[in-house]
Design a binder for this molecule. Structure first.
Ligand SMILES: O=C(O)COP(=O)(O)O
Length: 219
């Protein structure tokens, strides 16, 4: 089945958001008089979202205390969201290629809309995404297929003509649930112990440049 539309996960696939997240999380640690974490440990948790990162920094904490720290962390992140965040090197050329071929692309993230919007305001792409679906755009999130199906619809493509590329097993599951082809971004923020061979993705991309080559050759 030919591919006419590329849908990307955001954190760890399209954008390298890890440095700004690491800064915000370690500022939160300092505020609560806790030792900062190693960047590599934070990186592995970014694609699991804000709650997982807060739990990494404050293990064992629950309820209101954990929620207050999550809020503090996300506020710091919001204020510093685009200082070091970039499209992964090598991917801009792939997005430019999509534009040249007059094809559409989109973003499907579990990040809440208030963060996605602020982030995308400050990032420039060679061509604009035709669809941006956040974790709270609908009442369901990945791995539910609905956000991906809405993105396909907004991009004017049938699900079977889309590929969804992500760096978390949940992304591959969502793509399969939506009847799309799937690609695993192995350069992203893979969770601890993630085994490439255990992922039922159709395509594996070790570097962002491989995605650009894929776009060049397959679309
Ligand atoms: O912020 C999250 O929950 C994860 O975001 P992602 O879906 O773009 O990886």
């Amino acid at each position: 089945m030919s591919i006419q539309c590329v849908l990307f996960d955001l954190d760890g696939t399209l954008l390298d958001t890890s440095y700004d997240f690491a800064y915000a999380l370690n500022q939160t640690c300092r505020h609560y008089e806790q030792q900062p974490l190693r960047y590599q440990d934070i990186r592995k948790t970014v694609s699991q979202g804000g709650l997982a990162m807060t739990q990494l920094a404050f293990p064992g904490l629950e309820g209101e205390e954990l929620e207050a720290r999550r809020q503090f962390f996300l506020d710091v992140y919001f204020k510093n969201i685009d200082h070091h965040t970039r499209v992964f090197p090598g991917l801009e050329a792939g997005l430019a290629e999509i534009a040249q071929k007059n094809l559409n692309w989109g973003i499907v993230t579990n990040k809440p809309g208030w963060l996605t919007e602020k982030l995308l305001e400050n990032i420039s792409f060679p061509s604009k995404p035709l669809s941006v679906i956040s974790g709270d755009t609908l009442s369901v999130r990945k791995p539910h297929p609905e956000p991906l199906l809405l993105a396909a619809q907004q991009c004017g493509a049938e699900p079977e003509n889309c590929i969804y590329i992500g760096d978390h097993p949940r992304d591959i599951e969502a793509g399969i649930n939506a009847g799309m082809q799937t690609g695993a971004a192995m350069f992203g923020y893979l969770p601890e112990g993630a085994q490439e061979t255990a992922w039922p993705a159709n395509h594996f991309f070790e570097t962002p440049i491989e995605i650009t080559h894929f776009i060049r050759e397959q679309l």
